[in-house]
Design a protein around this ligand. Structure first.
Ligand SMILES: Cc1cc2nc3c(=O)[nH]c(=O)nc-3n(C[C@H](O)[C@H](O)[C@H](O)COP(=O)(O)O)c2cc1C
Length: 491
């Protein structure tokens, strides 16, 4: 039997807070003003994308004790932006990255349940686990969580949030004006969760939202991160957008699902992907080269190199050779708040590799850094890029892509206007939204409530109606008793 053709999922990552965004381009606009978010979200919705994605950094990055302002710096609060976007869009999903280390489940569950209500079922939560002490200082919790505990906390954080979402069944509010009964079920919102990380009990104050639970994303590449994703998430925001690396990641993570009683299609793999389009492939290649030079200026190249060398290299010429002095491995990192720093496990070995490569190819510091910091994922004409995306999805290197344009907010326009129509013509991407919720767009089922696992919606509805009737009778009896009491007191 031949393999069924897969539909492609597409999403848009609002640019910023990374070194792929070219904020110095004359076409670049604000990363803070709402108008930029609105324009970007509406373009993605016009193109029928599954969702818009916001990354998050909880502290401004620093390097050598100074704000690292070569990347875009600063971002308004995720929930505030997504809620405002819910009011100016209708169908597109709204995904927010929210950290499980420095937050509390009750607050985060309340915010996501609220976003899901206000957007009519379009909320998603990218659960990230950054734990570093530098970020923690913003929360008076510097260094309070060991790196090896980050996923244990994330896991119980998420499960606690699910208990809160599930503390409402969705049928409790009857608001019967005649009988005066508002709630049919006295248990509404009750919860109790006690473990090493959270010891909470009470009542959750947001009734069940349209999706029941927001769609869950995970971003993190370690073995523990992959296991967490396989056990609990609906989608992964990944970093592997090439054929070989994508296929290896895809089969590794999907291979872990069976352990948790989950099916292959219960988890979508959606890597981040950058792109440069041109009228021809040759024009796109030229443009891509220009974009890379804009992304990695001489100054940026030195800053990138400092992240590996872990010392001040401001005296070096970016158009000259790599330093002969070795990286400083004696102290803590000069770069604070970047996940990438932790990737350099052995600074001396990597530095030696880079020196050899630069010598072999006769590359300057800047030229090497242009090669080392990621090149664009898709370069070519619209036709070429559409074909490549489809090939990768059909080859199970991904289920779709989260596109990261390098210009805010107009960087998605070309993709929406030229690549999307080709994918639509080929029957690989929707021409209209067929559902209303993000779960619909992603082809995910409704979440099964742990508290009400086996009850069908119809059964729950009938039960709620019965309970409401009983409550009304009880209230009538109470009211009659109270009236009698009042009458008795008056006499
Ligand atoms: C593609 C990708 C995107 C990420 N985006 C964010 C982000 O926006 N905010 C954040 O705090 N951490 C982000 N992270 C960091 C992870 O949540 C996690 O803290 C880090 O990768 C360490 O986990 P790991 O060891 O499993 O990779 C991202 C990681 C990956 C792989």
């Amino acid at each position: 039997m031949s393999k069924p053709i897969k539909q492609i999922h597409l999403a848009a990552h609002f640019p910023g807070v990374n070194n792929t965004t070219v904020w110095s381009d004359p076409a670049a606009g604000s990363h803070i003003e709402f108008e930029s978010f609105k324009r970007f979200a509406r373009t993605a919705e016009r193109a029928k994308f599954d969702f818009l994605f916001l990354a998050e950094g909880l502290r401004l990055r620093e390097q050598g004790g100074k704000i690292y302002d070569l990347d875009v710096v600063g971002r308004p609060d995720t929930f505030t932006v997504l809620t405002a976007l819910a009011a100016v869009t209708e169908r597109i999903g709204l995904t927010g990255t929210i950290n499980s280390t420095f937050n509390e489940p009750y607050e985060v569950a309340r915010q996501f349940a609220s976003l899901d209500h206000l957007s009519d079922g379009r909320a998603a939560w990218n659960v990230v686990t950054s734990w570093d002490a530098f970020t923690g200082e913003n929360f008076r919790r510097g260094g309070y969580l060991a790196a090896e505990d980050r996923y244990a906390r994330a896991e119980t954080f998420l499960r606690t949030a699910w208990e809160l979402f599930d503390s409402w069944d969705g049928y409790e509010i009857v608001a019967d004006k005649e009988s005066g009964v508002f709630l049919s079920d006295p248990r509404a919102g009750t919860f109790e969760h006690r473990d090493r990380h959270f010891d909470i009990a009470g009542r959750f104050n947001v009734p069940r939202s349209p999706q029941g639970r927001p769609v869950i994303f995970q971003a993190g590449d370690s073995d523990a991160g992959r296991e967490f994703a396989a056990s609990a998430s609906d989608a992964i925001f990944g970093r592997h957008s090439t054929l070989e690396a994508g296929q290896a990641f895809y089969s590794d993570v999907k291979g872990r699902l069976a352990r948790y009683g989950r099916a292959h299609e219960d988890l979508l793999i959606l890597p981040a992907a950058t792109f440069v389009l041109g009228d021809t492939d040759a024009e796109a290649q030229e443009l891509a080269h220009e974009v890379r030079r804009a992304q990695v200026s001489g100054q940026t190249a030195i800053k990138h190199l400092e992240q590996l060398w872990n010392r001040d290299l401001s005296g070096y010429d970016p158009d000259g050779p790599l330093p002969e002095i070795d990286p400083d491995v004696s102290g803590e990192s000069i770069s604070k708040g970047r996940a990438a720093d932790r990737l350099y496990r052995d600074r001396i070995a990597v530095a030696n590799e880079w020196r050899e490569e630069a010598a072999a190819k006769n590359l300057s510091i800047r030229e090497l850094m242009i090669e080392k910091s990621a090149p664009q994922s898709f370069i070519g004409s619209a036709e070429t890029v559409a074909t490549r995306i489809d090939e990768l999805v059909q080859a199970d290197a991904a289920d779709g892509f989260i596109l990261v344009p390098h210009i805010t907010p107009g960087g998605l326009d070309g993709f929406a206007d030229t690549v999307v129509p080709i994918l639509q013509e080929r029957g690989r991407f929707r021409t209209e939204y067929t559902g209303t919720t993000l779960r619909d767009h992603l082809g995910l089922g409704q979440p099964r409530s742990d508290r009400y696992p086996d009850r069908s919606a119809a059964a729950r509805s009938a039960e709620a109606a019965e309970a409401a009737e009983a409550a009304a009778v009880a209230q009538d009896t109470e009211a009659a008793g109270a009236a009698a009491e009042t009458a008795g007191a008056a006499s």
